[in-house]
Design a protein around this ligand. Structure first.
Ligand code: SF4
Ligand code: SF4
Length: 179
């Protein structure tokens, strides 16, 4: 076993009974991550999205987690308080079977970064129903577990999956020649 180090794990709990589907969390997240900050409010650029089935009175706030190029085979359904939910309703993977968590212009993955640097994530701050609650806890992990791909690496990986390494290298070479 490698050296153990302390790490703060940040999480957001979702209370399905309190959420009314107002989508303020989507707007706050999109605005916070717009460049320049707060210059746009497009929910399609949010890293938290409402999975909505109005017929079933189903509103689930889902935060994006990791990027994957392959669709999974999760086809389970869950019944909670008499409502039936598909497995995808709770899944935060940025996957090919749906458009959620992809930057609308480029298709690049939009991963939740927990509003790095903020005391409390913006989606939690804006939720007037307290459907989202923020939690921090300290855990011990092996030292090398800490290295995670950052947003740029995730974006590059999705471009490699889409166009292939050769096309991407050619594009980089052309761009560097233009200066
Ligand atoms: S802001 Fe809160 S109540 Fe509104 S949709 Fe998001 S989680 Fe639900
Ligand atoms: S924690 Fe921040 S980045 Fe993550 S979904 Fe909420 S507002 Fe978006």
């Amino acid at each position: 076993m490698g050296k153990l180090v302390k790490k703060i794990v940040r999480s957001i709990n979702v209370d399905l009974d309190k959420c009314n589907g107002c989508r303020a969390c989507e707007i706050a997240c999109a605005a916070y991550h717009a460049k320049p900050r707060y210059s746009s409010f497009n929910p399609n650029r949010a890293r938290i999205r409402m999975v909505i089935d109005a017929q079933n009175d189903e509103w689930v706030a889902v935060r994006s987690t990791n990027y994957t190029k392959a669709e999974c085979d999760g086809r389970r359904t869950y019944t909670i308080n008499g409502k039936k939910y598909s497995e995808c309703s709770f899944c935060g993977m940025i996957c090919p079977s749906r458009d959620l968590f992809k930057e609308p212009d480029s298709g690049l993955p939009l991963k939740c970064d927990m509003c790095e640097g903020e005391k409390e994530p913006l989606c939690v701050q804006i939720c007037s129903r307290n459907a989202l609650t923020y939690e921090e806890r300290e855990v011990e992990v092996e030292a090398d577990e800490q290295v995670k791909p950052d947003e740029m690496e995730l974006g590059l990986q999705s471009l490699i999956d889409k166009y292939g390494m050769q096309k991407l290298s050619d594009a980089f070479a052309r761009m560097s020649q233009k200066g």
